[in-house]
Design a protein around this ligand. Structure first.
Ligand SMILES: CC(C)(COP(=O)(O)OP(=O)(O)OC[C@H]1O[C@@H](n2cnc3c(N)ncnc32)[C@H](O)[C@@H]1OP(=O)(O)O)[C@@H](O)C(=O)NCCC(=O)NCCS
Length: 340
């Protein structure tokens, strides 16, 4: 039986309830299978499947930008929320692959969807960005500064993938997911959030080139500095530890127990990481949402797409406690529990 939260931080602080009132997602048409990859680098479907659980991923068209994908996901979320784009006060795009270094990708999305009254900015927290952005939006709505926020996780990781590096190129894909947050008098909503970072590990998952430290020049263009660099084993270890701790903290702070959670939506990076977290938390496999097999790791979009799929497929229902937990370069991690 579902228990009531013992000491919800929301009710304790007598805050406005912030609900997710619409979700949407978009993934590009083009599918790149493990078989396709085995013709590009020295790998196999068997290796990729057993090490990661990924079978295929989506690849955006050359001229399809992060903001294009973000806008498509956003319009679906807006439609489901039954609001007009003009009602959006705050528009956040979590991404590690912005259209340009500036202006913010959120500004491009604003123009594409007609959210002309929104304040727009990007959130840079790599794969953890969507939940960082949810937390930021939640704070603004809770405080009464804004009423409605559009939060998007969108990434075109294939634009920063080194297609000759089998250690990384098999892991990533493109896509976008979005959520509209508002307070509509519903008792249901976000009841617990956590964010954390550890700058000691900036060198285990990063893109060294293209920023102010190492601009890409004619002299260094051949070094692949504008692609993802990763120490896979170290990232794996850190991801399990950080996501597990963040999940436990969110459950604790919500005043819930593991048994109360109806659905866990973890960052979709690797099936083995997802299973390790599920097992250590003691959550049955059927309560853990997985789509990494179809999309690979879409970074900030991963949990956003999964949330939309879980919502639209009826996998999560009104009143369910949904735990989302993410991890990314930085290191960054976050967890959120929503009473759906
Ligand atoms: C990358 C990852 C799948 C590798 O799995 P692993 O179990 O650590 O890898 P293993 O130690 O079993 O294998 C490494 C070997 O496989 C090889 N290998 C790497 N990629 C390969 C591929 N695509 N195909 C075949 N072989 C591959 C390596 O060259 C290495 O060979 P070597 O031992 O001869 O040097 C795993 O470490 C991982 O998922 N890490 C986390 C990555 C992640 O989630 N990043 C994003 C976080 S937001």
């Amino acid at each position: 039986m579902k228990q009531q939260p013992r000491s919800s931080p929301r009710s304790a602080r007598n805050q406005r309830t912030v609900s997710i009132i619409g979700t949407g997602s978009y993934t590009p048409e083009k599918i790149l299978t493990n078989e396709d990859l085995s013709r590009m680098v020295d790998t196999s479907d068997e290796w990729i499947t057993t090490r990661t659980g990924i079978k295929e991923r989506r690849v955006a068209a050359k001229d399809e930008t992060t903001s294009d994908m973000a806008a498509k996901a956003a319009l679906k979320a807006i439609e489901q929320a039954k609001i007009s784009p003009e009602e959006i006060d705050l528009l956040l795009v979590a991404t590690a692959t912005p259209d340009m270094i500036f202006p913010a990708t959120a500004c491009f999305v604003q123009k594409k969807i007609g959210a002309k009254n929104a304040a727009c900015l990007d959130v840079s927290a790599a794969c953890a960005g969507f939940l960082f952005a949810i937390e930021i939006a939640q704070q603004f709505i809770t405080s009464g500064t804004y009423d409605t926020a559009l939060v998007i996780g969108a990434d075109k990781l294939t634009s920063i993938t080194n297609w000759t590096d089998r250690n990384t190129c098999v892991l990533f894909g493109d896509g976008a997911g979005a959520a509209v947050l508002g307070h509509r008098g519903s008792a249901h909503g976000v009841i617990s959030t956590n964010m954390g970072s550890d700058g000691e590990y900036t060198d285990i998952l990063f893109m060294p080139g293209g920023g102010s430290k190492t601009p890409i020049t004619a002299q260094n263009a051949h070094l692949n500095l504008q692609t993802i660099h990763m120490s896979g084993k170290e990232v794996y270890k850190q991801a399990v530890t950080a996501m597990l701790a963040a999940a436990r903290r969110a459950i604790d702070e919500a005043g819930l127990t593991v048994d109360d959670i109806a659905c866990v939506i973890p960052h979709q990076a690797n099936l083995r990481i997802i299973e390790a977290i599920g097992e250590r938390l003691g959550i049955p496999r059927e309560k853990v949402f997985v789509n990494v097999d179809r999309y690979g790791n879409t970074s900030a979009a991963a949990v956003a797409i999964a949330l939309d799929e879980a919502n639209r497929s009826g996998r999560i229902k009104s009143g369910d406690y949904v735990l989302m937990v993410v991890f990314g370069g930085g290191l960054t991690w976050a967890s959120t529990i929503v009473e759906w």
